[in-house]
Design a protein around this ligand. Structure first.
Ligand SMILES: NC(=O)c1ccc[n+]([C@@H]2O[C@H](COP(=O)([O-])OP(=O)(O)OC[C@H]3O[C@@H](n4cnc5c(N)ncnc54)[C@H](O)[C@@H]3O)[C@@H](O)[C@H]2O)c1
Length: 271
């Protein structure tokens, strides 16, 4: 390991179980010398195994529903107490669509569910940054990252209303990132990750076909959760200080592909 995060303090949202991308980020951050607080929604804590990760990484867990300003304020205040100072890095690794869960088609949504999913998956990022910014909780040259997916730019029909949530999330990164950079020298980016076999990922209808297609389209193959963690660590390190307001594709090259020879093989023969 390289001590890339030696002396850095962070908050990591969204480690549900050992498949979670946030779980891998926590493991890698620990290996690179960081100290951090883990957090998840109370229901996520009951369903998952976050306490095991806390033990493994010597971290404390503070429950917070990322849609609740009160929970977020408590999280940020307590994290600064526990870590003994301001925060250097934050990972927002949160996504949930009630329409997807309930099997509602994109063209026939329940808008209460739409609003709930938007709040959890997108507005929560604004709320997290609101609390950090107004509490002056981030150190200069700190780094904030949220995870996203390319359905924000291109059509993936079964990604449903999460596509809209991800567009909104990426826009928040730019808009809030401007003020965070200008006023507090903190950078804000989104990482657009390949399909990954996690609880949230597998909630997408037709996930197996989806992940296989992306694998065959990408010149380097899909990026794994661990590879995503590695990339996220570089974004938290001092090696990427001037990268901000970006949506960074971490997808084995998928996002710039038109067609690959492997996928072409499925369409051979006369037209
Ligand atoms: N898995 C993929 O294919 C993939 C691809 C690109 C981007 N992403 C994104 O990566 C992020 C992490 O997802 P994952 O794939 O690791 O799945 P995951 O299911 O392990 O993580 C999602 C997390 O969101 C948390 N969460 C849900 N509601 C919350 C709330 N109200 N407050 C706080 N936390 C809440 C869950 O408890 C869970 O820990 C998400 O933003 C997801 O959209 C995933």
């Amino acid at each position: 390991m390289y001590n890339l995060l030696k002396g850095k303090k962070g908050i990591i949202f969204g480690a549900l179980d050992s498949n979670s991308i946030a779980w891998k980020v926590a493991e890698r951050a620990h290996e690179e010398g960081a100290e951090f607080v883990l957090t998840n929604a109370p229901i996520g804590m009951r369903m998952g195994t976050i306490n095991q990760l806390a033990e493994q990484t010597g971290s404390q867990v503070i429950p917070a529903d990322a849609t609740s300003m009160e929970d977020l304020q408590n999280l940020v205040d307590k994290s600064m107490e526990i870590l003994g100072g301001k925060i250097d890095f934050v990972l927002h690794s949160i996504g949930m669509s009630v329409n997807v869960r309930k099997g509602n088609h994109y063209t026939d949504q329940n808008y209460d569910f739409t609003t709930k999913g938007w709040d959890v998956s997108a507005v929560s990022f604004h709320k997290v940054m609101n609390v950090l910014y107004n509490s002056n909780a981030m150190n200069e040259w700190g780094s904030i990252v949220a995870l996203t997916y390319m359905a924000a730019q291109r059509v993936f029909p079964d990604y449903n209303d999460m596509a809209d949530n991800k567009s909104y999330l990426e826009s928040i990164a730019r808009s809030f990132g401007y003020f965070f950079g200008r006023d507090q020298k903190v950078r804000v980016n989104t990482i657009s990750q390949s399909p990954t076999a996690t609880t949230a990922g597998q909630g997408v209808k037709g996930f197996d076909g989806f992940i296989r297609y992306a694998e065959e389209m990408s010149p380097l193959g899909n990026a794994t959760a661990l590879e995503c963690a590695d990339y996220t660590i570089t974004m938290f390190s001092d090696l990427t200080k001037k990268v901000s307001l970006q949506n960074l594709f971490h997808d084995g090259g998928f996002s710039n592909m038109g067609i690959s020879t492997k996928v072409m093989e499925n369409f051979s023969g006369e037209y």
